[in-house]
Design a protein around this ligand. Structure first.
Ligand code: ZN
Length: 403
């Protein structure tokens, strides 16, 4: 059997056959002959005439420990469709690539799972090459289709560079995938999401979950006014806990309880009633006798939690209204401030309960992004965004061995 036949059988390259094999210092160089005559522009237009020609090499998957290179002519075409000179598209490599499609896929698959430095050592190519390949694979996979049929979304900020920089991340509650990453955590970043989504698709959005920070809310109200804004329950409970903390601090100065025990009241007050230890329950009971208003703040917190735990979602609105009245009557200053805050976000809090939505999807995505950051993604926000798309936007890489 001829050596070219062996390589043809083993490699089975799309659209080309091996016509020469030479062993060089770099490894095996395989000269390719393409099967089709027509040249294909990236725009899809096919034509026969070429503008000019050069010779290019693409790194292909190793043959054992031996590096393999594909070599072929690549033409530029004066495309009438594009109205300019463009480099033709080839079946075995992505546009602009110096690696074959198979090689790039074998890079991208582990890059979803391990750090780029390990991938570069495993595949014997530079870290920068891994970075560029990941970028090309993401560009190919992340298309507009992810923005079709988007109905329930969540938005959140994530920090990087030790909290000095931020990205805005938008995820789809139904697919549980990241659909948008943008540098910055401001109105503009979220505006850009709606710009890309376009008016028609923005009108389809039914619900948007977010935390209480208030950056994204005006944008959501302006660009998708029909969508229900849903306030993340976790953040609302945080406000309630803070109000109890402040009630406790207000009483600290005149505390009659021995100081060691006073310190342990904080944890007891924060805990849900169902999780209290015997000792903590004693503390709460003692507060009821000696510090009635602080105990009342704790009780109001527990009653508030019920809105997420035991109250029928249909009755949440009525329940929360009467809770606000009771909290005002308690005459506890921090609780009165809390009521003001709750009332400002009333509809968003209720919408989250009625629709059964929270921002926990974004919290989960956030912790996965932390893992990507710890693996080392590069230095630029673009590199981090690209890695987020590669790992969390639902890209499925098919390995050459799986085709
Ligand atoms: Zn073209």
């Amino acid at each position: 059997m001829r050596v070219t036949t062996v390589f043809n059988r083993v490699l089975a390259l799309p659209g080309a056959s091996v016509e020469s094999v030479s062993f060089t210092d770099q490894g095996v160089v395989l000269g390719l002959r393409r099967r089709r005559r027509l040249l294909v522009c990236p725009c899809g237009r096919k034509q026969r005439g070429r503008y000019d020609t050069s010779r290019r090499r693409w790194r292909h998957l190793d043959f054992g420990a031996c590096q393999v290179w594909l070599e072929a002519d690549i033409h530029r075409i004066d495309c009438r469709g594009c109205g300019r000179v463009r480099t033709e598209e080839l079946p075995w490599a992505r546009p602009g690539a110096r690696h074959s499609r198979d090689f790039e896929d074998v890079i991208a698959w582990p890059a979803q799972r391990m750090d780029k430095t390990s991938v570069s050592r495993l595949m014997r190519c530079s870290w920068e090459a891994v970075d560029r390949i990941v970028g090309r694979v993401v560009v190919e996979h992340v298309d507009d289709a992810r923005l079709e049929d988007v109905y329930r979304i969540g938005v959140d900020e994530i920090s990087y560079k030790r909290g000095h920089k931020y990205l805005t991340v938008v995820a789809d509650h139904d697919t549980r995938k990241v659909i948008w990453v943008q540098e910055g955590r401001d109105k503009e970043a979220f505006e850009k999401f709606f710009d890309t989504l376009g008016d028609e698709r923005s009108e389809q959005v039914e619900a948007i979950t977010m935390d209480g920070s208030g950056i994204y809310r005006p944008v959501a109200e302006g660009r998708a006014p029909q969508a229900e804004i849903c306030m993340d329950p976790f953040h609302v409970i945080k406000w309630v806990n803070e109000a109890v903390d402040r009630a406790r601090t207000a009483q600290a100065a005149e505390a009659l309880i021995p100081s060691a025990q006073w310190r342990s009241t904080r944890a007891a007050l924060r805990k849900g009633a169902e999780n209290l230890t015997d000792k903590q329950r004693d503390i709460i009971n003692q507060l009821r006798r000696t510090r009635y208003r602080l105990w009342r703040a704790w009780e109001l917190k527990e009653e508030f939690r019920d809105v997420y735990r035991v109250i029928d979602p249909d009755e949440a609105r009525t329940y929360l209204k009467s809770w606000c009245t009771r909290a005002l009557r308690s005459r506890i200053p921090s609780m009165r401030n809390l009521v003001q805050r709750i009332r400002n976000h009333f509809d968003a809090i209720i919408a989250a309960i009625e629709l059964g939505l929270s921002n926990s999807l974004l919290e989960g995505i956030n912790s996965k992004i932390r893992v990507i950051q710890r693996r080392g993604y590069g230095h630029s926000p673009e590199s981090l965004s690209t890695m987020i798309y590669l790992c969390l936007s639902g890209i499925t890489i098919t390995l050459p061995t799986e085709r």
